[in-house]
Design a protein around this ligand. Structure first.
Ligand SMILES: [Zn+2]
Length: 457
């Protein structure tokens, strides 16, 4: 059994207080890599020790074995615990005994039908909904499934206490993220990523790594299997031992790679899928992001992959795709609410301050009054950028920094309203026009989509 850390014990105390107040469905926010399964296991241990059943719903099959292992280590009575994938449990729902507690892992998915079917089948059960990011891509509120939200400790505090490693964040933007298109699901379209990536990006990723994180063990997240392989090839060609891993990599080979990584014989693993089974690499000190995402959840999980603490360690994150512009630094303190983004100020559940990237060292930070780069000490100049609009329909010169531009976009009332939405959510022509600008769609899309929706006769 693990000794619980003080912040884990705090969360447990807050959960019990919330239950005492009469809450039956509670969202528990807990940052990635801070041991939320241990919290759940401890509650499950207490529940099963007095004969209560528990049900644990996970989003991905790779997690099931991990959770089982933690539950057994924490002394949960496994005869009274059911742990399974959401689809599996939905199918077996009629054969299950009523649980006293339902745990939902990655609960930002909880409003999906499959989850709701399970929750509704056991209306008397206590629901504990765990997530690092209580927010949905479409901005929906959690008020219909929960009556209380318990916030985990701020990441800065966890770093100060040594539970997470501090981070240097670099954002050498080398692709034109303005060209990225968004799919109906709200995530970026793979084809548009491919178009936005110039072939040289991989070579640049290698040079940047050598400059900023040479010698560190790293994991690089790419946007598909082919790009993971291409990047591995580029690293190997300069003598940095690298393997690409995907869901297709045979289990035995995966295990060998992990072992070689542990021994330091492999320095970098490239990977297009965050949850590749069994790919829990030790000693990751650097994360290279070559996959743009619209999901705060995915962003934090990518970034915090590097933040397991070790003595005197500072993790390095190299963000080639501007994810930091959408979400802010991974280490900022975020305020979560049950309300979702439609009623709050931005799609992150908290307003995001624009970051500044130093043009000498790529250090990425929140600007202070002294106007100096905290990484290299150089004076920060206001950069002048010329931004070309999509498809060269017209040239738009914006003499503003990227940061100012992002702020300008977020400040506009109408954009607050449409941030995080899919086109199908837009209510009128004004919103469609604003959406086109926000997403950098072709101007013709406004007419096309307005017509399709029946706003233009
Ligand atoms: Zn600098």
């Amino acid at each position: 059994m693990f000794e619980l850390r003080d912040y884990q014990q705090n969360s447990i105390n807050e959960i019990y207080q919330s239950i005492k107040k009469g809450n039956q469905s509670i969202i528990v926010q807990s940052p990635p890599r801070t041991g939320k399964t241990v919290i759940m296991a401890d509650i499950a241990r207490r529940a099963t020790s007095i004969g209560n059943r528990v049900l644990f719903i996970v989003h991905r099959k790779e997690i099931v074995d991990q959770v089982k292992k933690t539950f057994i280590e924490q002394g949960v009575d496994m005869d009274l615990a059911t742990i399974g994938m959401v689809q599996t449990i939905t199918r077996r729902i009629n054969t299950l005994d009523e649980p006293k507690i339902i745990f939902v892992d990655e609960a930002h998915h909880v409003l999906a039908k499959s989850y709701m079917r399970i929750l509704e089948a056991f209306p008397k059960a206590l629901r504990l909904l765990f997530t690092a990011t209580p927010i949905r891509l479409n901005g929906d509120s959690f008020e219909e499934v929960a009556t209380d939200l318990i916030q985990g400790k701020p990441i800065t505090e966890l770093i100060n206490k040594g539970f997470l490693a501090p981070v240097d964040y670099y954002a050498p933007v080398e692709i034109n993220t303005d060209k990225l298109k968004v799919k109906r699901t709200g995530e970026f379209d793979e084809k548009s990523i491919s178009e936005a990536f110039k072939p040289k990006i991989y070579g640049n990723a290698v040079k940047t790594f050598q400059k900023l994180a040479n010698g560190k063990q790293a994991i690089a997240y790419t946007y598909n299997v082919a790009s993971a392989e291409k990047l591995a090839h580029e690293f190997n060609s300069v003598g940095i031992s690298t393997k690409a891993v995907s869901g297709n990599t045979p289990k035995e080979e995966r295990n060998q790679i992990i072992e070689a990584y542990r021994n330091g014989d492999i320095q970098i693993v490239t990977n297009a899928e965050l949850f590749t089974e069994g790919l829990d690499l030790p000693n990751v000190d650097c994360v290279i992001m070559l996959r743009p995402t619209q999901s705060l959840s995915l962003y934090l999980q990518f970034a915090m992959r590097s933040m397991n603490p070790r003595k005197d360690k500072t993790a390095v994150i190299i963000d080639h795709v501007g994810n930091v512009n959408r979400f802010g630094l991974p280490t900022i303190d975020r305020n979560w609410t049950l309300k979702g983004s439609k009623k709050s100020n931005s799609k992150q559940g908290d307003s995001i301050q624009g970051t500044t990237t130093c043009e000498y060292c790529f250090g990425t930070f929140y600007r202070k009054a002294d106007n100096k780069c905290p990484y290299c000490g150089k004076e920060i100049k206001i950069e002048i950028q010329e931004i070309e609009t999509d498809e060269s329909v017209e040239l738009e010169k914006i003499n503003k920094t990227r940061v100012e531009r992002a702020e300008q976009i977020m400040k506009s009332e109408i954009n607050k309203n449409i941030a995080g939405k899919t086109p199908a959510d837009l209510k009128n022509m004004e919103e469609i026009k604003a959406y086109q600008k926000l997403m950098n769609y072709k101007p013709g899309w406004v007419w096309f989509y307005g017509k399709k929706r029946g706003f233009i006769k």
